[in-house]
Write a protein that binds this ligand. Structure first.
Ligand SMILES: [Zn+2]
Ligand SMILES: [Zn+2]
Length: 453
């Protein structure tokens, strides 16, 4: 790359370019390519001696999206302190886990990993060859472990990989590959970075300009931020209860993910265990408190998107049957079987996990006994997700839907799709009891969608 002295002499590196950020866990089916944010104005400034980094970029959604489709991001790291800066200039300190991930991101560059490897406090081990690659494990002076791969002929770094936890996927490898090296003031620097999480590309950046020792502005964490505590790993979750009809409760509270509980004659059924392991557990606890000793036995998972399937492993751990569209079954089996050793969840801690029980729905399924009827329908021709279920309670004319409509959206890309599916199933909807947003009459839903389509 230009030699040890050059590497150690670098004060700052500024990387500018553009590329893509695929949207993990938000594809139209579990096997479909990920939807993509296009990245422009990408700029990453790194101060290797001080372990500081600032990354700014603009991302534009390349898929139908109901919130802001252009997003400015400003992400920073100073040693162990990681934070984001919002558009108003306010900084929010992130959790220690997020700071770890950002520290790894800083080291997923040839310059920073080599500098870390050259530190007298670093340990290098397990030197090995694999085809035309030479690999070595690096434990940094800070104690972080990464693997560096070099091209055996050019001796240039080809990739850096490290392990982390992704809440849905568990233990995952993050690997950044480097290519298209250019010469910058006697140093070789890559013009292309591709980062994969597990098998999915997370970021693909094409560099237009590498600048060494340019003006890096101030990358230090503000004093007040350093003095503040990191965000908790599991922020507190509040779950509220609202009865919407006899034997039907809507669980809302903090955040914008809701669940619905249905009381059948001898058991309870949940619609959705979303957002996080913590929320899923809080929702189950609240459900147990609702109805008279009836056991909770099953949960309908509307679709596979990571925010909606976040409670899947909690459900498996609790022995609940998962009811979902057929297209999600194989993916859910995989999620339930994955290793979670880095940040163990309940299912991992339980060790001998119960086998996942899945009841699949192709086009429709009627759940019915003398106390309750809930009809489940596959949502047809939806551009957000092709493995999506909605629920219908004929007795009360209640529609339960996820990601078709939210009272708080900026616009309604799926207004026609919602109306078409309601008409297809000949539903005389009175009330929308949603997984996002608030409960509204269907007349109000139609009115708002018309105004902001
Ligand atoms: Zn979704
Ligand atoms: Zn959603």
């Amino acid at each position: 790359m230009g030699g040890k002295d050059r590497i150690l002499a670098v004060k700052t590196l500024t990387i500018e370019g553009e590329g893509e950020n695929p949207n993990l866990g938000q594809n139209i089916t579990p096997d479909a390519p990920l939807t993509v944010w296009k990245v422009t104005e990408f700029k990453r400034v790194i101060d290797p001696p001080k372990s500081r980094m600032r990354a700014t970029q603009v991302r534009t959604a390349q898929f139908p999206f109901a919130l802001a489709t252009v997003v400015n991001q400003n992400m920073a790291l100073d040693g162990d302190v990681a934070w984001n800066v919002n558009l108003d200039g306010n900084s929010t300190r992130l959790s220690d886990r997020a700071a770890f991930d950002r520290r790894m991101e800083l080291l997923h560059h040839p310059l920073t990993i080599l500098r870390a490897a050259l530190d007298p406090g670093a340990k290098l081990s397990n030197f090995r060859k694999d085809g035309d690659q030479e690999l070595v494990d690096v434990t940094t002076a800070h104690g972080d472990s990464l693997t560096l791969a070099l091209d055996a002929i050019t001796r240039l770094p080809l990739s850096v990989s490290s392990m982390t936890d992704q809440p849905n996927l568990g233990d995952v490898a993050i690997k950044t590959s480097f290519s298209q090296y250019e010469d910058v003031n006697g140093m070789k620097l890559p013009m292309r970075f591709t980062t994969k999480i597990d098998k999915w590309v997370q970021s693909d950046i094409r560099v237009s300009k590498n600048t060494l020792n340019g003006d890096a502005a101030d990358l230090a964490a503000p004093a007040a931020l350093s003095a503040s505590l990191p965000a908790p790993a599991n922020p507190p979750v509040e779950v509220t209860v609202e009865q919407v009809a006899p034997g039907i409760w809507w669980l809302a509270g903090s955040g914008n993910h809701r669940s619905v509980v249905f009381a059948f004659a001898d058991h309870l059924t949940l619609f959705e265990l979303p957002e996080s392991e913590a929320r899923a557990k809080a929702v189950i606890e609240k459900t147990h408190s609702l109805a008279f000793g009836k056991p909770l036995t099953e949960v309908i998972v509307s679709h596979h998107h990571f925010d909606h399937s976040a409670g899947l492993r909690v459900a498996v751990s609790e022995g609940l049957t998962i009811i979902t569209q057929s297209g999600n079954a194989a993916f859910f089996k995989d999620l339930a079987a994955r290793k979670h050793t880095i940040v163990p969840d309940d299912l991992a801690r339980n060790g001998g996990a119960p086998p996942i029980r899945i009841r699949t729905v192709d086009d429709q399924l009627v759940l019915k006994d003398e106390a309750m009827e809930v009809d489940l329908y596959h949502v047809k021709d939806n551009s957000h997700c092709d493995t999506l279920l909605m629920g219908w309670v004929p007795r009360d004319h209640i529609l339960v839907q996820a990601d078709l409509y939210d009272s708080g959206w900026l616009k309604y890309p799926w207004a026609d799709n919602l109306k078409a599916n309601v008409e297809l199933r000949k539903l005389k909807v009175g009330k929308d009891v949603p997984i996002h947003g608030r409960i509204e009459s269907y007349a109000d839903v139609l009115k708002r969608m018309q105004e902001k389509q």
